[in-house]
Ligand binder design. Structure first.
Ligand code: ADP
Ligand code: MG
Length: 352
């Protein structure tokens, strides 16, 4: 069956919406390229807070709609459930793209990491009940493993589809209350290399706190975007050559690091870490040698967590945060890393 026919039939039977269908609720976020609200349907005011999310986006909204449509067909569970996107034209503002998703939940990973309870607050959300096992390093490690596994699973879905996110950070990882798993949001800076959409990196979209040192996704020797059909034919090769997905892996490694070290969860802590790592030529082992001798109790605890089980956590971390993109692991390989093997064993040991 032809993909185009399928896509057409799907569109035909999906509900379409326009501006007046929505009642605006609380503002959830405001960036340079759009404003995000919680909304409900005017026809269906049953839920008072609204079970949908609306992003009113500027010119980049067109690409974001395209990315979300593609994700829904290719790897739906990786990202927030996309409902509909359209161009809204008004006399006052001209063109504005409206994007609608299902409301996944109230907390991003950033919100959850700000809590002093982290990672125990996440354990409760994933398991839905309070555990009475003693709190300790092994249990924290197990929760962080689960978060990383769910997140990397979502990221692998995107990468296997040919999409690089380019804005991976805790603010763009949301806890889906329905599926009790973490999903990725905000495809506003994403690039689909297989069809040449958003092919030329827009560096100004990148968040410097989480960006890998190369900054550019494609090497500068790839001067311009080929036309769509050529890009389709060439891009798997380009993907192999440039490994653009490894940009997201670096950012993912920083999230892992922030989960292990509470001091790196604040903006200032992360910025300071980035400065230190740069001074160490992006070598985590050198960084560790420089900070560990004068580390306080909290920081030592972070290293201790990563050192559990023969240091497999530390091994995974150092395979993600590397200067050279081609030396970084992929999302798929990371999921197969022994760090995630122990999970079942540890869960069992809790019960004994
Ligand atoms: P921005 O371009 O402003 O970063 P995002 O797509 O990241 O836009 O959305 C901004 C914020 O809105 C997110 O950090 C999150 O708190 C919330 N949000 C976005 N999408 C959803 C969703 N599907 N369900 C619940 N909250 C969402
Ligand atoms: Mg965002």
């Amino acid at each position: 069956f032809d993909m185009f026919v399928l896509a057409f039939v799907e569109r035909l039977f999906r509900p379409t919406f326009r501006k007046d269908d929505f009642v605006l609720g609380k503002k959830l976020g405001e960036g340079a390229f759009g404003v995000v609200y919680r909304v409900s349907l005017a026809k269906k005011p049953s839920s008072k807070e609204g079970d949908l999310v609306l992003k009113k986006a500027t010119e980049y909204g067109a690409v974001e709609i395209w990315m979300n449509e593609r994700v829904r067909r290719a790897c739906a569970n990786s990202c927030a459930d996309f409902v509909y996107g359209f161009l809204e034209t008004s006399a006052k503002k001209g063109g504005e793209y409206w994007l609608i998703w299902r409301f996944e939940g109230a907390d991003t990973l950033a919100d959850l990491m700000q809590s002093r309870e982290f990672p125990y607050n996440v354990e409760t959300m994933i398991l839905g009940e309070v555990q009475d096992f003693p709190k300790g390093l092994e249990r924290e490690n197990r929760i962080i493993q689960t978060i990383m596994r769910q997140f990397l699973f979502a990221l692998d879905g995107l990468h296997s589809t040919g999409i690089v996110h380019r804005d991976i950070k805790p603010q763009n990882v949301i806890f889906s209350e329905g599926s009790r798993t973490f999903k990725i949001i905000d495809l506003g800076a994403a690039a689909d290399l297989r069809v040449g959409i958003n092919y030329i990196p827009k560096e100004f979209l990148l968040d410097p706190r989480y960006a890998a040192p190369e900054q550019y996704i494609m090497s500068t020797q790839t001067p311009s975007a080929p036309s769509a059909p050529v890009a389709t034919a060439l891009s798997p090769v380009l993907w192999q050559m440039n490994l653009p997905d490894r940009f997201d892996i670096y950012s993912s490694g920083l999230i892992f690091l922030q989960m292990a070290f509470p001091a790196l969860r604040s903006d200032s802590g992360l910025i300071q870490f980035n400065r230190q790592l740069k001074r160490c030529d992006y070598d985590l082992v050198v960084w560790r040698k420089s900070v560990e001798p004068r580390a306080g109790a909290e920081m030592r605890r972070g290293f201790e967590l990563l050192d559990l089980d023969g240091g497999i956590g530390w091994e995974l971390l150092t395979s993600m945060v590397r200067y050279k993109a081609r030396q970084r692991t992929s999302a798929k390989a990371a999921l197969a890393h022994p760090y995630f093997d122990r999970e079942g064993l540890l869960a069992l040991s809790f019960m004994m």
